[in-house]
Design a protein around this ligand. Structure first.
Ligand code: FAD
Length: 530
């Protein structure tokens, strides 16, 4: 009977192997014996789908793709790898909107996070009964657009956003999540109460500022290095109904940045809170003077935008800038109803130094405002310009470096690159970031978020990469102490420089929560066990 049992085990293993395809040498053979083997796919169709990302710059296939039905499935897989004599790496993939393969798992297993139930009602639960503590419990795999829709059904909304909402909760919380609301509410990571996390040992841990706080702080902004986020408890506040949304054009960099900084300071001051609060959102950009769709896809939905007149102004001055602000209001809000929003906006604009006659105002629903980039996406998709390589460079620049950056980068290095993509430029304040979290920012109270969002439509991504390199070299030569956002480095030495004095803590957390360096290997921070 012993021989019969052995025979049955072998034949059932062979049958599983034949269902899922030839076994890759990189994975331990005994993986097929665990209950979850049926949720693994090894075929090239499955692996090809996760071997590229939004950046489109590299292509690396994993050995397998895992489709979990529950967080428990993920824990079992990670535990298996952790205790195996041949551990393999594991990368959660949210929506694959990384630029440089951060969600890849070469020779390892990519976890298809949407399989947990993207958009499923039981994975986005809004808690609205207690008006002093309202929040949403959202699965790490959920897209922010779905979180928004669920919250709006209760008249609520998370306060802090990214510009684009087709990104996952786990993906943005692993970086920071910044947009024009961050000056007031902090990045998305500053608006999280609690997380469910699966560590690199396969342990399922609930953590917050009060319990397992070390893991909580490490995971937020932690580039996927300490745990897989399967649930985040995110703060909610009453959602406004409408947004008065303005774009103001500047020909002078000093006036542009002074006004941006003034606006983020006004909005925090007591005097303005009394009146209604100044702008709820402040961003800015350097304009593509030629008005091409690729250069301005983020502005495509702005009614009244006079591209021709703006282009003429651009031709006159070489480089021009656009300050973008938004005031939330509604019909019931005592602090800012539709009756006072016009008056308040007018008073605010009177204090600003944009080029006279170059103020453009829109009025849209709150949902339309938050989902504004999607319009640009649909437009580019229809022209076949969305799925092209995106060699983006995102940096946080200390305020002390912005004048040099303007004259050396915007006015020289990028002088002839009008059509290659939007260039974002807006201030953030350090006091809204929690230094215990893993994200790294410059060491100055005001710093600027700069996004060079290139699209390589002419198959010119190497040229754009060289531009990025030139910009980085320029900052290094000038001694500007910038930090990369959505960072990408190839050597551990560069990672050490990136983290600076916080590197030791980062390594200590890695040793504690993922000592075999199994998680998110595509970040290329740790390549061996610690
Ligand atoms: P993926 O690319 O799938 O993963 C990113 C990293 O996080 C990988 O290392 C992955 O292993 C890890 N990861 C994924 N899910 C989890 C999880 N559940 N737990 C732990 N680790 C996980 N960022 C901003 O801050 N502000 C913006 O306004 C903004 N706009 C963007 C607009 C576009 C068009 C694009 C393409 C990107 C934008 N980003 C922005 C950047 C974006 O926030 C990051 O690239 C983010 O990581 C993408 O989320 P994703 O779900 O696609 O992550």
């Amino acid at each position: 009977s012993f021989l019969i049992v052995i025979f049955l085990v072998i034949t059932s293993l062979m049958s599983i192997v034949s269902q899922i395809g030839p076994w890759p040498g990189a994975l331990p053979q005994d993986l097929v014996a665990i209950d979850l083997a049926a949720k693994l796919r090894l075929d090239s169709h499955a692996t090809a789908l996760v071997s590229t990302d939004f950046g489109g710059l590299t292509q690396v296939a994993p050995a397998a793709v895992f489709y979990p039905s529950s967080p428990h499935d993920i824990a079992v897989l990670v535990q298996f790898s952790y205790s195996s004599s041949r551990p393999f790496t594991v990368a959660p993939r949210g929506h694959g909107h990384s630029i440089r393969g951060q969600a890849f798992a070469p020779d390892g297993v990519v976890i298809d996070m949407p399989s947990l139930g993207r958009g499923r009602a039981d994975r986005i639960i809004v808690h609205s009964d207690d008006s002093s503590f309202r929040y949403v419990d959202a699965g790490g795999e959920q897209l922010w657009i779905d979180v928004l829709h669920a919250a709006l059904e209760h008249g609520l909304s998370p306060p802090s956003w990214t510009d684009y909402l087709y990104l996952t909760v786990g993906g943005t919380l692993s970086n920071a999540g910044v947009s024009g609301q961050a000056f007031r509410h902090g990045p998305q990571i500053s608006n999280v109460y609690e997380l469910d996390v699966i560590t690199g040992k396969g342990e399922m841990v609930t953590c917050s500022r009060d319990y397992n706080s070390e893991l909580f702080y490490a995971v937020l902004g932690g580039l996927g290095q300490f745990g897989i986020i399967t649930r985040a408890r995110i703060a909610l506040e009453p959602a406004p109904q409408r947004v008065r949304w303005v774009r103001l054009i500047y020909d002078d960099f000093g006036a542009f940045t002074r006004d941006q900084e003034r606006l983020i300071a006004i909005s925090a001051s007591w005097e303005s809170k009394k009146k209604g609060g100044g702008f709820d959102y402040v961003e800015g950009s350097v304009l593509a003077a030629d008005g091409s769709p690729i250069g301005s896809w983020r502005s495509s939905s702005f009614a009244g935008w006079d591209a021709e007149r703006i282009a003429r102004l651009g031709a006159q001055h070489g480089v021009i800038y656009c300050l973008e602000g938004a005031m939330y209001y509604d019909s019931v809000r005592a602090s800012r109803s539709w009756v006072v929003v016009d008056e308040e906006l007018e008073l605010l604009l009177e204090e600003l130094s944009f080029v006279p006659g170059f103020a453009f105002t829109n009025d849209v629903s709150y949902e339309r405002f938050l989902d504004r980039v999607h319009d640009g996406e649909l437009k580019l998709r229809s022209m076949g310009l969305w799925d092209v390589p995106h060699p983006w460079l995102n940096i946080f620049l200390p305020k002390s470096g912005i004048q040099d950056f303007n004259s050396g980068v915007f006015k020289k290095i990028l002088k002839h690159n009008e059509s290659t993509g939007p260039i974002l430029f807006y201030p953030l304040n350090k006091n809204k970031w929690d230094e215990r979290m893993s994200s790294v920012i410059p060491d100055e109270e005001i710093f600027y978020s700069i996004g060079l969002l290139w699209s390589a439509i002419m198959d010119d991504w190497e040229y754009l990469e060289n531009l990025n390199m030139e910009i980085i070299q320029f900052c290094d030569q000038k001694g500007i102490k910038y930090k990369q956002y959505l960072p990408h480095y190839l050597s551990q030495e560069d990672w050490m420089k990136h983290f600076g004095p916080r590197w030791d803590k980062f390594v200590e957390m890695k040793r504690k929560y993922d000592p075999k360096a199994l998680l998110s290997p595509g970040q290329k921070i740790f390549t061996t066990s610690l």
